[in-house]
Design a protein around this ligand. Sequence first.
Ligand code: UD1
Ligand code: MG
Length: 345
Amino acid sequence: MSEKVAIILAAGISSRMNTKLPKVLHEVCGRPMLAYVIDACRQAGVQKLYIIVGYGKEQVIEYFKDDKKIVWVEQKEQKGTGHAVLCCKKYLADFTGDTLVICGDMPLIRGEIVKTLIEKHQKETSAATLATAILDEPTGYGRIIRDSYGNIQGIVEEGDCTGQQKTIKEVNPSYYCFKNKILFEALDKIKPDNVKKEYYLTDALHLIIKAGHKVVAVTAVAAEDAIGVNSRQHLSEAGKIMQRRIQEGFMKSGVTIVDPPNTWIDARTQIGQDSVIEPFTYIHGQVKIGQNCRVGPFAYLRDGAVLEDKVVLGVFTEVKNIHLKAGSVVNSEDVKQRYNKGAEK
Ligand code: UD1
Ligand code: MG
């Protein structure tokens, strides 16, 4: 099996989000989007990551400063996704393995799909392999163009699509695996001949196909996992889906969530078996709840709250930086008087 590295694109300015914060630091259920993308690469067995940063790079690097395996690569001017990948040339020009390329604005990405993509790429010994998705509402995404035999011919961006191409529902969620040498040869040749006047990564794919190399597109990404966050609306949609995933994970591990749509749980929270989360509970930050606890209704748990086993945290309680010993029963009056000071019960 050949060596693998990943390039994650995170330099964009994100005018559509109308934000000063780098897009990839916007949070989905308490974690920045980029954190989920990093996790997915690692879960798929890719350890060496090159992350392209530009707009707000100091903030992004600061957030992930403890992760020593990341190589930060600067893209000084944001000239498009193809140009962003090309910024890694000085590190990867001689690399003979496979390079995964993924956008940092896809928090719903799943490690197992990235793994499937890599496996398919290696099994087919293709020059490039991409995972595609079928969307009922494909607006905004690059469309996958196939010939009458189903072979991929290229990707056309929304702004460059003809009326007929806009009706195509198979889209590019931006999960690619390339033979590294072939990728960089193609990137050297791309030109900003498009509506946005940008260097598109998708054009490199087109050149690879034109050169006669084998390119495989697998429809492997579920529609709801394909969201690329380009606006605040997308961010809220991604948050909702992620929240459902988090809650499903807890329910599978034996936690009762009485009213899932009226409960919000941060991705960084831990909850033990047979605990019950009553409606209108909001859990934000690093919170640890033991086994057989009962939380809520109308409870607000904030960063640093630790509940040992069999704790009851009653109605209208708000706790932060608190350690509640096993078996404690806490109501809203107790919280007001004693527990918000970081006291131990
Ligand atoms: C891109 C794809 C599109 C796909 C969609 C999926 C291209 C040309 N288009 O479009 O086919 O359907 O993702 O979500 O690749 N970035 C940089 N430097 C740049 C430009 C962008 O690092 O110069 C980063 C952004 O920070 C972002 C990612 O690349 O994380 C994607 O850029 P974005 O502008 O969101 O591309 P889309 O228009 O979504
Ligand atoms: Mg995007």
